[in-house]
Design a protein around this ligand. Structure first.
Ligand code: GDP
Ligand code: MG
Length: 452
C-alpha cells in the first residue's frame, strides 16, 4: 500500500481563489474548465483549498493586470467574500503582471501563478540531492525577476537551512525562504551560480553510474506519461518497488530504477519518471533534466495513459509533444492504457487500442493485462528490429561494430569521413545511434561529393 507522508500543510489549510483566462487564438491543450480542474488538483497537492474561480475570455492579456480592470474589481470582491488568502492564476504571469495585480488586490492576499505553485510542489516532493538542488535553482531563477520590496510583506516561513529545497511547512509560494528572498539580487545570482556548480558535480556522479549501467547492456525502459496516469503504481506492481504513490500531482520527482524480469528470462531496467503536465513551464522542464536525461537514454518508452480520464487523448498528445520537444522522437514507444478497472465497460479500452501506438489495456492496480504488456516490451526490446540509416565517423568504432554484431546490415558505404550504414537493428539499440542518422538525399549527395 502507499506510504503516507504528512500533507504539505497542517490545518488550517489556506483558501485559494482560481483565475483562468482564455486568450483568443492561443493554442490550448485543454478546455479552460479542465485546465482549472487540474489547477485545483495542483492546489490541493500544495495544501490549498479552493474557494472559487473566475474566468475571462480575452483577445490579449491586459497590459497591466493581465485580466481587465473590471475583472480585477470583481476578483477583489469575490476574494473578500470567500476570505481567500491566495489568488492563483492558471497561466504564468510576467513579473510586471504579478506586481500590478498584487498592488491592485492589496497586500493581504498573495497573487501567484501556476508556475509558482508547481515549483512549490516540486520543492515538497524532491527527495534526492540532485532533485533538491534542481528545485532550488528553478525557484531562484523564477523569483529573481520578481524580487521587489513587497515580497518582504508576504507571509512566508523561513526555508529552513540545508533541509528540503525551499519547502517550508507552511503554505504556498514560499519561494526559497524568507531570509534568502530579502538578500539582494546579486547574492541570489551568486547562489544560482553556486547551485549550478553543485548540480554539475552531482550530475557527473550520476552519469558515471549510468555509464556503468549502460555497459551492463541491460536495456532500459522509461515510464513516461501524464502526471497521475499511474506510472509509479505500475512500476510497483511490476517490480514490487517501493515508489511513493499518491493521488496527487507530481508525487514522484526523482528517477527510480528497478530491475524487471521479462518473459523468457530476459532482463530490463525500468525507470519511473516525473509526470508531464500541460503548461509545464519550459524552464522547469529544463531544470528537471535529471529525469529527462533518463528518458533520452532509454531504449524504450512505456507511455502510461489513464484511459479512464475524460481527457485521455489530450493528455497523450501533450506528453507526446513534450517528448518531441525533448528530442525523444527516435525512441520506440509502447502504450499502456491504464486504469481499465475504472471503466464501466473495460472492453471499450480494447476498442481504442488501435488509436495508440503498440497499446495494451491494463490495470496497474489489479495487475490485469500486465503480463501481456511485459511480453510486448520483451518483443520490442529483444525481437523487433527497427530500420535505421546512419552515418558513423570512423572514430565511432564501437557503434560500427555494434551494428555489425547485433543488426542486420543491408548496405555499407565507406566515405572519407566515415561509413554510411543502412539496415535494421534491435529496437533497444536505436537510442544508441541517436544523433548519427544519415538524413535523406541531401546527406547522400554530400557524401558522394566528398568521395569524388
Ligand atoms: P503517477 O503520477 O503516474 O506516478 O501515478 P500514481 O502511480 O501515483 O497513481 C496515481 C493515482 O492513480 C493513485 O491514486 C493510484 O492508486 C491510481 N491508480 C494507478 N493505477 C491505477 C489503476 O490501474 N486503476 C485505478 N483504479 N487506479 C489506479
Ligand atoms: Mg509517480
Amino acid at each position: 500500500m502507499s506510504k503516507r507522508i504528512p500533507q504539505p500543510t497542517t490545518p488550517p489549510r489556506e483558501k485559494a481563489f482560481l483565475v483562468g483566462v482564455e486568450i483568443f487564438q492561443q493554442k490550448h491543450h485543454l478546455p479552460l474548465e479542465d485546465s482549472l480542474s487540474e489547477l485545483e488538483l495542483l492546489a490541493d497537492t500544495a495544501g490549498l483549498d479552493v474557494a472559487g474561480s473566475l474566468t475571462q475570455k480575452l483577445d490579449k492579456p491586459h497590459v497591466k493586470t493581465y485580466i481587465g480592470p473590471g475583472k480585477v474589481d470583481e476578483l477583489k470582491m469575490l476574494v473578500e467574500e470567500t476570505r481567500s488568502q491566495v489568488i492563483l492564476f492558471d497561466d504564468e504571469l510576467s513579473p510586471r503582471h504579478q506586481r500590478e495585480l498584487q498592488e491592485a488586490i492589496g497586500r493581504n492576499v498573495r497573487v501567484l501563478d501556476r508556475t509558482a505553485l508547481i515549483l512549490d510542489i516540486f520543492a515538497l516532493h524532491a527527495h534526492t540531492k540532485e532533485g533538491m538542488l534542481q528545485v532550488k535553482l528553478a525557484q531562484y531563477e523564477y523569483y529573481l525577476p520578481r524580487l521587489t520590496g513587497q515580497w518582504t510583506h508576504l507571509e512566508r516561513q523561513a526555508g529552513g537551512g540545508g533541509g528540503r529545497a525551499g519547502s517550508t511547512g507552511g503554505v504556498g509560494l514560499r519561494g526559497p525562504g524568507e531570509t534568502q528572498l530579502e538578500v539582494d539580487k546579486r547574492a541570489i545570482r551568486r547562489e544560482i551560480a553556486h547551485l549550478k556548480r553543485e548540480l554539475e558535480k552531482v550530475s557527473a556522479h550520476r552519469q558515471r553510474y549510468r555509464a556503468q549501467r549502460k555497459r551492463s547492456r541491460i536495456p532500459t525502459v522509461a515510464l513516461v506519461g501524464y502526471t497521475n496516469a499511474g506510472k509509479s503504481t505500475l512500476l510497483n506492481k511490476i517490480a514490487k518497488a517501493d515508489v511513493y504513490v499518491a493521488d496527487q500531482l507530481f508525487a514522484t520527482l526523482d528517477p527510480t530504477t528497478r530491475r524487471v524480469e521479462l518473459p523468457g528470462g530476459y532482463q530490463s531496467l525500468m525507470t519511473d519518471t516525473v509526470g508531464f503536465i500541460q503548461k509545464l513551464p519550459t524552464a522547469l522542464v529544463e531544470a528537471f533534466h535529471a529525469t529527462l536525461e533518463e528518458i533520452l537514454e532509454a531504449d524504450l518508452l512505456l507511455h502510461v495513459v489513464d484511459i479512464s480520464h475524460q481527457n485521455a487523448l489530450n493528455q497523450f498528445n501533450s506528453v507526446q509533444q513534450t517528448l518531441d520537444e525533448l528530442g525523444a522522437r527516435h525512441i520506440p514507444v509502447v502504450t499502456a492504457l491504464n486504469k481499465v478497472d475504472k471503466l464501466r465497460n473495460p472492453d471499450s479500452a480494447r476498442e481504442v487500442t488501435s488509436r495508440f501506438p503498440k497499446a495494451v489495456a491494463i490495470s496497474g492496480l489489479s495487475g490485469s493485462g500486465v503480463k501481456d504488456l511485459l511480453s510486448l516490451i520483451q518483443e520490442e526490446l529483444y525481437e523487433t528490429y527497427a530500420p535505421i540509416r546512419v552515418r558513423l565517423p570512423y572514430q565511432q568504432g564501437a557503434l560500427i561494430s555494434l551494428f555489425h554484431e547485433a543488426g542486420q546490415v543491408e548496405l555499407v558505404e565507406h566515405g572519407r569521413g566515415g561509413v554510411l550504414m543502412q539496415g535494421r537493428i534491435p529496437g533497444r539499440l536505436v537510442a544508441q545511434f541517436n544523433g548519427w542518422e544519415a538524413g535523406g538525399k541531401r546527406r547522400e549527395d554530400e557524401m558522394e561529393e566528398e568521395d569524388a
